[in-house]
Every structure is written in C-alpha cells, then in structure tokens.
Design a protein around this ligand. Structure first.
Ligand code: PHE
Ligand code: FE
Length: 285
C-alpha cells in the first residue's frame, strides 16, 4: 500500500525511508538481517560515544535501564527489546520506515507501542542528523519506557494526541512532547539531570544542556510549555524542568479541552524569552 510520508515539525524536506513496505498502521518489518557489518559498527560507535557522556548527566532511571538493556554491541533485534519491555511495563517497540503521520503515531502510543525508525544515519551524519533515526529512537527513547510512571505518561500522551486532533490543538500539544519527551530536564537531589531523548542521543546538546548558561531552564508549568515555540534545527533556547515523573503525569492528567480554549486565542511565546512568573533553575557550580 502506498503510504503518505510526513514532514517533521512543519519542515518542507521530504522524509527519508521506504514507505512502500509499511502496513496500514505504518509499522513494517525491521529486516534485521539486512543491516550491514558497517551499520552495526557505526551503531556501536554512536552508542559508545553517548555512553561516555550520559554518566552524571542522564537521570538515574535512564542510566539504570540502559545498563540492563545491554544493547551496545550491535543493532538489536526489536523483538528482543520488546520482549523485555512487555515484561517491565507492557510496552513494545515496533518498526516504522521513518516519521509517520501524527494520528498513526498517537494511535501506536495509545496502544503502548513505540515506533522505532528502521534506518540508521549515514557515516557523514555521525555528528548531526536532521530527523530521527534508529539510534535516536532506541538510545534516546527506549530506556525510559521501562519506567512505569513515564510509560503511563507516554500512553496518556498518545490518547491526548488523538483528542488534540479533535480540538485542532496539535500545535499546542506538540510543544508538550518537545519540552518533555524530547528535551526535558529533571531536578534531582544531585542536581539537574536529562531525561529528554533529543538531548540524550545528541553529543552536542547533552554536553550543553546542563552546562551552557545561555538557555533558559524553567520549572515545568503546563500552560507555559503549551505556549512556548521551539526550534527543530538548533540547540534549544529553553528547557523545562520537572520535579519528578509523578509530577509530570499528574499535571498532565487534567482535561486539556478548557486549556486549549483558553490558550488558542493567545499569542505564542518565543523560546528564549523569559516570562514573569517563570521559576528558573541555576546551574550547579
Ligand atoms: N489530559 C490530557 C487531555 O485531557 C491528555 C494528555 C495526557 C496529554 C498526558 C498529554 C500528556 O487532553
Ligand atoms: Fe524522538
């Protein structure tokens, strides 16, 4: 079946990936046997580089899962990962050709299925990739799906996405995903830590997110997040800091319909601009 590919964050670039092999729900086979030795090797090098950076930067929940997963040596078979995920939190991962349409994405999440891109970046993209590949999806997203509270949040987000489509509120809700699942920070007794996959899978952003004095680090506030624009092609100008995954889950459990109504007429806030009422976090040291 011919599937419509999608663009990322409103970008005009055509997406990568072979959508001709996708099923109606946009999942496909991983075809693990088709990865070349060079691809397994590049995956292992991407993994080793990130592993050296996550200690002291990623949150403990992520580090613990990553250590147990042991998927460092070569591209894992998605089915092996799924088997462990099902036992831990009733999630599984499914192969997809690349970015998929929003409604298909939300439907998978609502059923506790996380889509993982089958293709790996090219060698010349080792340092920077413009759209999510297998390494980002697996290394960045999968470890936290082993955390029960975060796992439930992801399912709730999927259901919330389907609802946001009905309220024409995707622009607002997408910011929540961006500033939590992709670029979220968490305050811990040892200081700020990273839980967002977009940071965890990027060497540049991971070293910078907890060290650069430039970006804003703002205490999580639902309305503030929903109003804040973001840039998909640059380091973030703002990060939002949660106190715990329980707080994130609880603050997003309320009905968003009246919040969408309230926020839809209001102008968006540019990412780098501090607002009155922001709770800001200082850097350690
Ligand atoms: N509670 C939200 C709603 O009613 C759904 C949601 C939950 C959205 C968690 C995002 C994250 O729309
Ligand atoms: Fe991602």
């Amino acid at each position: 079946m011919a599937m419509t590919p999608v663009t990322y964050g409103g970008s005009q670039r055509p997406p990568r990936g072979d959508y001709s092999v996708a099923r109606a729900d946009y999942t496909c086979d991983q075809s693990w046997q088709d990865y070349s030795p060079q691809q397994h090797d590049m995956y292992a090098r991407l993994y080793a580089r990130q592993l050296a950076l996550v200690e002291g930067r990623a949150c403990d929940e992520f580090l613990r899962s990553l250590a147990q997963l042991k998927m460092h040596a070569r591209i894992p078979r998605f089915e092996d990962v799924s088997e462990r995920l099902r036992r831990a939190t009733r999630w599984e991962i499914v192969a997809v050709p690349g970015l998929i349409p929003e409604d298909a994405f939300f439907r998978l999440l609502a059923h506790r299925r996380f889509p993982v891109t089958v293709w790996l970046r090219k060698p010349e993209e080792f340092d920077y990739i413009v759209e999510p590949d297998l390494f980002h999806d697996l290394f960045g997203h999968v470890p936290l799906l082993f955390n029960p509270v975060f796992a439930d949040y992801m399912q709730a987000y999927g259901e919330g996405g389907l609802k946001a489509l009905r309220y024409d509120a995707l622009e607002l809700l997408a910011r929540l995903y961006w500033y939590t699942v992709e670029f979220g920070l968490i305050a811990t007794p040892s200081g700020l830590r990273v839980y967002g996959a977009g940071i965890l899978s990027s060497p540049g952003e991971l070293t910078r997110a907890l060290a650069d004095p430039e970006p804003l680090r703002i205490g999580f506030d639902l309305r503030r997040v929903l109003r804040t624009e973001y840039d998909i092609d640059d380091f973030q100008k703002a990060y939002f800091v949660i106190d715990s995954f329980a707080q994130l889950f609880e603050q997003t459990a309320q009905d968003f319909a009246p919040i969408y109504q309230e926020l839809q007429p209001l102008p968006a806030v540019a990412a780098g601009v501090a607002q009155a009422g922001d709770r800001t976090f200082a850097l350690a040291g």
